[in-house]
Unconditional design. Structure first.
Length: 388
């Protein structure tokens, strides 16, 4: 199968390396940035790939512009399309699916969620014979590395982020990693595959911008640590929920054992029970390995992991499945605000005018709304759901 590659950075170069000596694929062209052409197989012009005789294009550039334009042109030119670009799929996945179906071409994107972890392909298979109750997990290597480093090495947030950047885990601009939006995009992809819905409104996202050494001190005293977790699922009434937020989990919990840049993707099938996939969630060869799996699946005849009925939808995070108790650190004089909205079950400690408390049960949507109100008075609020 003739293939061209868009991008020769961390992931694109990994794909190119892994294809050397592979008898099933012949690389026609590789798109590189202006001024970076150093070999005959490279081109600086997308038009060379648009008009070449490749049957499959693999995109590893990242970002929505110009990736969406390039993807559309490739599919319309009769090429199948594989991508590791979660922003592209979370924004235009439904358009690309429709275009691929219309042109009778393939569209796969396993490497856009979880690096090497085969969560999307397994969900695609599992949902054919089982009902997926929920899916998600620890899906961002950068934030997991930061949280684990702050906990196990007692280093500061900024130092841990610099290390994550140097190790190639973080995005070029790590804002999406830290804010939880990178995890949310992965949840969107999971939801598309598991539920035929791309939740593009009313989801809740809380990142780790405000986590502090003090939160880890308190967590440690409780026998817990902190992780960033995303989840989507169906409530009893059949409505979709989708959110990302920090979680306080016991040291004996699975999530506490997910260290460094490792991810753990999970789903619960009605019949299978909880399935967990743990592995490298980012990095050159782990991510490229998932692209190679998609390429091989396409070579063997698979075209899609989405159903053509996949639609945009909204999330409803007010159902009882979204209820939990939260650890909250806030200014002591803001406690009455928290009391009036959800109630405080327990005060854990007080230091330098801040209190750490455990709330009474509250839904994800309500907790995120309360946090937004508290932050209008003081931005330095941290909250994490206490894992049951
Ligand atoms: N920045 C992402 C992460 C890369 O840290 O998980 C893989 O999606």
């Amino acid at each position: 199968m003739k293939v061209s590659i868009l991008g020769h950075g961390v992931v694109g170069k990994g794909v190119w390396d892994m294809l050397q000596g592979n008898p099933n694929f012949e690389v026609v062209n590789v798109l590189v940035k202006k001024g970076e052409k150093t070999a005959d197989f490279m081109t600086e012009s997308f038009d060379d790939i648009w008009h070449d005789d490749s049957e499959l294009v693999v995109e590893c550039m990242g970002g929505v512009v110009p990736a969406y334009e390039f993807a559309s042109k490739c599919i319309e030119a009769g090429k199948s399309f594989i991508t590791s670009n979660k922003a592209l799929v979370a924004t235009h996945g439904i358009d690309l699916l429709n275009l691929a179906v219309k042109n009778n071409k393939g569209f796969l994107f396993s490497a856009a969620c979880g690096g090497a972890i085969p969560i999307l392909q397994n969900l695609h298979l599992a949902r054919k014979s089982d009902s997926i109750i929920w899916a998600g997990g620890i899906l961002n290597g950068t934030t997991n590395f930061i949280l684990d480093s702050m906990d196990s090495r007692a280093i500061g947030f900024d130092e841990a982020l610099s290390e994550a950047k140097a190790l190639g885990y973080a995005e070029f601009d790590p804002t999406a990693d830290i804010s939880g939006m990178d995890t949310m995009r992965k949840i969107m992809l999971i939801s598309m595959v598991a539920y035929d819905v791309l939740p593009n409104s009313d989801y809740n996202v809380e990142g780790i911008q405000t986590v502090s050494a003090f939160d880890f001190e308190v967590a440690k005293k409780m026998g817990c640590t902190i992780r960033l977790v995303g989840r989507c699922g169906l409530s009893d009434s059949g409505r979709l929920y989708a959110y990302v937020q920090p979680m306080l989990c016991s040291r004996s919990d699975f999530y506490a054992g997910v260290c460094s840049n490792i991810n753990m993707a999970q789903y619960e099938g009605k019949n299978s029970g909880v399935m967990s996939f743990m592995g490298q969630g980012a990095g050159r060869y782990p991510t490229a390995s998932n692209i190679l799996r998609d390429m091989t699946s396409m070579y063997e005849g698979q075209s899609h992991m989405l159903k053509s009925k996949c639609l945009f939808g909204f999330a409803n995070n007010s159902s009882k499945e979204c209820e939990g108790v939260y650890y909250v650190r806030l200014k002591s004089d803001l406690i009455p605000v928290l009391e009036s909205h959800c109630g405080v079950d327990k005060v854990l400690c007080e230091k330098d005018g801040k209190k750490c408390v455990i709330t009474k049960p509250v839904t994800v949507k309500a907790m995120h709304d309360i946090a937004a109100e508290l932050r209008r008075k003081d931005a330095d609020v941290f909250f994490a759901q206490v894992k049951g």
